[in-house]
Design a protein. Structure first.
Length: 174
């Protein structure tokens, strides 16, 4: 995650760490402190980097079936320019197999930040969709229910939703 994202309330990478016990957030962009990915074998065929840039392969059932298990998923988290810079500057991200998703699965109103392009999504939504492809649709649904609750509450705090629209403690079914 880019270090400037860490303190933002709309930082969805932080929520990934709360929702997934095996998730680890590593900060990039701290002065004179390189991101430490020494424990990641980025050259392994099962190490994927979720980045829809040039040369990324569509994450399909055939690609997933060809991967040795367990798979490692790396996600450069930040705005588009920060993520592109991380892909250039972090050797482990450059060495991993880049994959991309077909597009967002949630409606446009469930965005903690405004996206100009309709095919963009938050890191949390992208991770949920990827894990749904890797581990099953139930995993994706549970993560997206969690995310919808987080975004609904965030919007209430920003004064952009009516409290009556929010069902606290009741996850949304997608």
């Amino acid at each position: 995650m880019h270090s400037s994202e860490w303190l933002k309330a709309s930082n969805t990478g932080h929520f990934v760490q709360l929702a997934l016990s095996q998730a680890a957030v590593r900060l990039h962009g701290l002065p004179h402190i390189p991101v430490d990915l020494a424990d990641v074998d980025a050259t392994a065929k099962s190490t994927l980097v979720l980045f829809p840039g040039h040369g990324a392969k569509p994450l399909t059932p055939d690609l997933i079936a060809s991967l040795p298990r367990p798979a490692t998923l790396l996600v450069p988290d930040g705005n588009w320019n920060q993520a592109k810079a991380m892909m250039r500057r972090i050797p482990a991200l450059r060495a991993a197999t880049p994959v991309e998703l077909p597009g967002p699965v949630l409606g446009d109103r469930l965005r903690p930040r405004r996206n100009i392009l309709p095919d963009r999504m938050s890191s949390f939504e992208a991770i949920a969709q990827t894990l749904g492809l890797l581990e099953g649709e139930q995993v994706q649904d549970e993560l997206l229910d969690f995310f919808c609750t987080v975004v609904d509450r965030m919007m209430v705090l920003r004064g952009k939703s009516k409290k009556s629209d929010l069902t606290i403690g009741q996850p949304r079914k997608l």
